[in-house]
Design a protein around this ligand. Structure first.
Ligand SMILES: *[C@@H]1O[C@H](CO)[C@@H](O)[C@H](O)[C@H]1NC(C)=O
Length: 328
């Protein structure tokens, strides 16, 4: 459906580009080295990349459409990560998108154009939007771009994003998965994810986080491996309210304690390669209640921690399987 829309739009944009008399093109958008399938040899006029509404509704840059994929033949040719972003993300793009939905520009573009603008199409030129998935892997991003409101799955791996702002995902009420693996994130606003009531998977692996923000109770999987997390960087009882959490992967960090309490539905707890030195008798099991069975928690990894697991024989009675780690 969406690709059909985009195809239609591509045709429209090309018609528009060839029909309009070329303006004096000063800067040409840098084209990536990768060969594009269809529009490579078209000689389209150059336009400055200007998305502001102030310039009489001329906020579409047809030269950008040189870089569109041939959506007819998408599956075999898709190459995530070979598109370079436009020279610069214009300031206030988000505000522009909101304005566009409220008051149409003086020279009103066709409805199709307008609805696509509202969906955040400029991002879909930098990234690949397939249905409600947005793929922004390896796109040289230094911040989260404005995303289509319908975005369900976001992949922005292998970029150089440093900071996640509270506003980045604020309008996105359908997100189920955010994957920001391998960026430079060292700071996340505490409210960046809290309100995302449909978010099931949050993947922040391979970043520089010393702390975790507040988390939504819908989370099933949290992956923050290979960061700089310290126990003081976790909210007190950070995971207690996450009743749906099944996978908590915090290996290769600087934690010196197992975060408690662990939600009852947890199936997999990865804490290998941290600085955990001790285990409390109530960490996994309720020491006063020997009928307590933690059926789900089958996969606990504590290897690579300076802890002698043999010293805590009473800590594992409720578990279906004892943790992996050092039993000297
Ligand atoms: C680990 O704990 C066990 C049980 O108390 C003990 O016998 C063993 O010597 C300890 N190993 C080390 C390396 O401390």
């Amino acid at each position: 459906m969406q690709s059909a829309t985009l195809l239609g739009f591509t045709t429209l944009a090309l018609a528009l580009a060839t029909a309009t008399s070329p303006q004096e093109g000063k800067k040409k958008i840098e084209k990536p080295g990768a060969a594009l399938p269809t529009y490579d040899n078209l000689d389209l006029p150059n336009y400055d990349f200007d998305l502001s509404l102030d310039s009489e509704g001329e906020f579409f840059d047809p030269s950008l459409y040189e870089e569109l994929y041939d959506y007819n033949d998408l599956a075999p040719k898709i190459e995530v990560g070979t598109l370079a972003p436009p020279t610069k993300q214009p300031e206030g793009t988000r505000a522009m998108l909101t304005d566009a939905s409220r008051k149409p520009p003086p020279t009103s573009p066709p409805d199709l154009l307008r609805s696509i603008i509202k969906q955040g199409l400029p991002t879909c030129l930098v990234c690949v939007c397939l249905s409600t998935s947005v793929y922004c892997d390896d796109a040289d991003l230094d911040q989260i771009p404005p995303l289509p409101l319908e975005t369900t799955y976001l992949y922005a791996r292998f970029n150089r994003i440093r900071h996640i702002r509270a506003s980045d995902f604020a309008r996105l009420k359908k997100l189920k998965r955010i994957d920001l693996t391998s960026n430079d994130i060292s700071c996340v606003d505490d409210d960046a994810f809290r309100q995302l009531s449909t978010l099931q998977e949050l993947i922040l692996a391979e970043n520089r986080l010393p702390a975790l923000p507040a988390l939504p109770s819908s989370l099933v999987r949290l992956d923050a491996r290979f960061n700089r997390l310290q126990s003081s960087g976790l909210h007190p009882e950070a995971f207690r309210k996450l009743k749906k959490l099944q996978f908590l992967h915090l290996s290769d960090n600087k934690l010196d304690a197992i975060p408690v309490p662990l939600p009852e539905g947890l199936r997999s707890l990865h804490l290998q390669n941290n600085n955990i030195q001790t285990i409390h008798k109530d960490t996994f099991c309720e020491s006063q209640d020997h009928s307590h069975v933690r059926q789900a928690l089958e996969d606990i990894r504590l290897d690579g921690n300076p802890v002698n697991l043999s010293l805590f024989p009473d800590a594992y009675f409720c578990l279906p399987r004892i943790p992996t780690g050092r039993f000297d």
